[in-house]
Ligand binder design. Structure first.
Ligand code: HPA
Length: 270
């Protein structure tokens, strides 16, 4: 990753903010409600930021929203970049490098995904305990700049045990039920076949989606602690009674958004 470009992106953002940012939050499809609880929001459209990826995000807003939630200084990504848009992995993960230079040390990633485990139901929220990368590539391929991280980053704890314990404690105190499981990423944009879902179950996956893994790998490389929360918007192919549609994914995500927001807000406070 080009350090100077990231520095310029971060300096542009810093010129609009009063202080440092400690927590990054990536919002998944239909889970945008969290921006409404940000205090003193400063909205910076991606298009304004030098060197930021240029991509159209159909159905997604493309903004960084800065402010405070639960006393934490947050950088919320309203709209994220996906491989299926034809972007390189370095573009998909570019915002993470910028967040690092803004001071972010903790990251909350959310997404909408399909449930593979048979006891999951649409609307369930799942704490991501680990991932399986089926993207066929890795966002860290290329020259390594040691100012960002080491050449061979460890992935034994992609999702912070400490943050998972905190999320579980908050869920118990605010009465939110949740699942825990392994998230598997494909590039999309086609949904999986029933045979692929059977194969993914055999591999140990509990849920499947088209995001999150590139960002998690880069965040860990950058030394951030990551919490991942997935919203099961549908049962995966072969388990679902109806063919998948993006509209149904967005509808279920929207229904779950308020619960997710309450949970994340509580976690930030704690
Ligand atoms: N598969 C992949 N990505 C998804 C799904 C799914 O079933 N649901 C929402 N995102």
């Amino acid at each position: 990753m080009n350090y100077e470009a990231v520095r310029e992106s971060a300096d542009y953002i810093l010129s609009k903010l009063k202080g440092k940012t400690d927590t990054g939050i990536i919002l998944g499809s239909g889970l945008g409600g969290l921006v409404d609880v940000i205090e003193d929001p400063v909205v910076i459209p991606y298009g304004e930021i030098p060197h930021f990826p240029k991509a159209t995000l159909a159905g997604h807003a493309g903004n960084f929203v800065f402010g405070k939630i639960g006393g934490r200084r947050v950088a919320v990504m309203q709209g994220r970049f996906h491989c299926y848009q034809g972007l390189g992995m370095d573009q998909v993960t570019y915002p993470l490098y910028v967040m690092k230079l803004l001071g972010v040390s903790d990251l909350v990633i959310t997404n909408a995904c399909g449930g593979i485990r048979k006891d999951f139901r649409p609307g369930d929220l799942m704490i991501i305990t680990d991932f399986i990368n089926m993207l066929g590539t890795n966002p860290l391929i290329g020259d390594n700049d040691e100012r960002f991280g080491v050449r061979f980053p460890d992935m034994s704890e992609p999702y912070s045990h400490e943050l998972i314990a905190l999320a579980e404690k908050c869920a118990a105190s605010c009465g939110i039920s949740y699942q825990k499981g392994v998230y598997l990423a494909t590039t999309g944009p086609s949904y999986e076949t029933a045979a692929e879902i059977r194969a993914f179950r055999t591999l140990g996956a509990d849920a499947v989606g088209m995001s999150t893994v590139p960002e998690t790998i880069v965040a860990r490389y950058l030394g951030m602690k990551v919490l991942g929360i997935a919203c099961i918007t549908n049962m995966a192919t072969g388990l679902a009674r109806e063919p998948h549609t993006h509209e149904e994914v967005l509808r279920i995500a929207d229904e779950s958004s308020a619960r997710l927001c309450r949970w994340v807000t509580d976690i930030l406070k704690a």
